[in-house]
Design a binder for this molecule. Sequence first.
Ligand code: 9Z3
Length: 367
Amino acid sequence: MSPSLGDMEPAEAESVYFNEYPPPKALPKHEALARAFIDLHVEANRRVVLVTSGGTTVPLEAQTVRFIDNFSAGTRGATSAEYFLQQGYAVIFLHRQYSLLPYSRHYSHSTNCFLDFMDEAPPVPGAPNQDHGSIVVRDEYQDQMRDVLRKYRYAKQNNRLLLLPFTTVAEYMFELRSMAKLMRPLGPNALFYLAAAVSDFFIPRSRMAEHKIQSSELPPEFQGGGAVEDSAVGGEDEIYTGENEAKPASQKKLVINLDPVPKFLHRLVDGWAPDGSMVVSFKLETDPTLLVYKARTALQRYSHHLVIGNLLSTRKWEVVFITPDPPHERWIRVPKARRSKSISGVEDQVGLAEIKKGEKAANSETS
Ligand code: 9Z3
């Protein structure tokens, strides 16, 4: 049995992992866009943050019909990106395709569907078309929408926001590595803010079925095209028929065997990212007793600047900042009275004051 990526040194795991996959088709285009974007902001001596956002998928088949996903909507990433822009950063927004985006996130869901903000004005007397009026924003939303629109336009017209999508965890890894290396000319003006929910487990390409996994037995002449030898999915000995006596014998039980995704934060901090840059990662847990321990362990293991811990159930209202320097652990909470009013939660409270503090510390460490 070949060794698991988790047992290898980070640099070796990197080369094994990236050699297994073809780079994403969009990568050359994304790299060209990012290069131009970064050059522009290096020239202006502007800070650039790479914000990662949304969930990564783990495909079960190479020609993917099914995949494992996670809950992340991209609220944290999209909201934080707006605050970075407001603070004068240029933002590379590496996000899960179709997840929330800065600015448009305000009008994206059924609870805040953009159509509910619109109205049809009465036709203007004397205008050629008397059967319809113009589409306008309803009076009560004018101020809020104008404000969002102005910020969005400003970011767009001044080239402050670059949107780059990914879908799978492999695509995410390729994009993260490329972006970090491209950001090297930025030196201490580079910041990494890793809010994407990255899958911890995946099926290595070599053990992935090529075609759609079949749920029922195929005649012998069709066998061999789907699951591969030593497959992570539905090997012959993994077909269960006896689990439930009432179940027809032709129904297979799908057994999925996943490997740990290599911890590339190590490579980002020690290899890919520019010297003097700041790295902020997130830690998500559901068990409150584990959160601080896991966040602290991540900070010690990867020696970066800040881990922001959050619990699935309270992530909109509280986060914990784990830092190498005192106070080491600091909770930030949205006061109860303000919770229902803010869909973006702690970002609205914290702003970027904390990140800025950490940034100063990171810069003084390197100067
Ligand atoms: C987070 O913890 C983010 O805050 C959330 C945001 C995903 C909870 P939403 O998108 O949720 O606003 O709905 N991200 C998790 C980061 C993560 O997966 N970290 C990995 C790890 O801790 C790699 S750095 O191992």
